[in-house]
Structures are given as C-alpha cells and as structure tokens.
Write a new protein. Structure first.
Length: 161
C-alpha cells in the first residue's frame, strides 16, 4: 500500500506535466457553458449551482417544476474516470431516493437502468448521455447533451405519470 505522501508526490508529478489542469479547465468550461445555456433556454426548469466534485464527478441539477414538486431532480453528470456524460434521476435526499427506487422497481422504465439503494449511489435511474464526448466541438456536444437530457426528462415524466 502506498502512503499519502507517495500519492501526493505522484499528484504533483502529474500536475507538473500540465495536462490535468488543461483537461479540468476544459471540462469545467463546457459544464458551465452547458449549465448557462440550459438555464437561459429553459426558464421553467430549476437549475442548480455547479458541483465541481473531487475529480470523481461534476454535475448540476436541471429539473422541471413538476419533478421538483415531487422532491426529484435531473442531474447532468460528468464522470471523470469514465470520461463520459450521464443523466440521472435523483431524489432530494436518500429517503426520497429509496422510496422511488422501491416504487419504480415494479414498473417498466424502458431502456433505463434502475439504481440500487446502497452507500455511494446518488441516483434513482441512470442513463449514459454521451459515451465518448468530442470536446473539440463543444457546441455540437452541448446540443447532443441537450437533446438527450430533454428526451430522458420527458421519458421519466411519462413513467412517473
């Protein structure tokens, strides 16, 4: 087992190369741009602050009012290790999340994956938005994410109704 000092030395070595900072800045720029774009174009949705995370995930909530009233939210998530974008239906807390996982376990949720209630799982339903994002074309990526998030959101509303 390596020590924290060894991990930090490797961290410093990687930072000295400069690639991590450039990648991280690019990801945060795209996430911020996407958040601002959606907030401007979907005034009936509640958009949260951007959660930067611990190099595990970065996300923000983008939720229509009818889901918010049910204490649910849609999260647009960038998973750093996988390098992909996901969309999740989440609860406002663990209790709500567990209630909906139980409720939806007896329903057909179509092409989506129902999560299991366990530590570290923050979703009720998950779907991959973009498996291999093309960060060199951020506007195209933004449109791709928007289209799939709206489709997911509409499907979830249909399932819940």
């Amino acid at each position: 087992m390596e020590s924290l000092n060894e991990y930090i030395q490797e961290y410093k070595n990687q930072l000295n190369r400069g690639h991590i900072q450039k990648a991280y800045k690019g990801i945060m720029t795209i996430m911020t741009s996407l958040k601002n774009y959606l907030e401007k174009n979907y005034p009936n949705y509640v958009v949260s602050s951007l959660y930067f995370g611990y190099l595990d995930m970065t996300y923000f909530a983008f939720t229509p009012n009818d889901l918010k009233e049910k204490k649910l939210k849609i999260a647009i998530v960038f998973l750093h290790q996988q390098g992909r974008f996901d969309v999740w239906l989440s609860g406002s807390n663990r209790k709500i999340q567990a209630e909906y996982v139980k409720k939806l376990s007896h329903q057909n949720i179509g092409k989506y994956k129902l999560s299991e209630v366990q530590p570290g799982v923050d979703s009720i339903i998950e779907s991959i938005l973009v498996e291999q994002p093309d960060f060199n074309h951020p506007e195209k990526l933004k449109m791709q994410i928007e289209k799939r998030v709206i489709e997911f959101t509409n499907d979830i509303i249909d399932v819940l109704n």
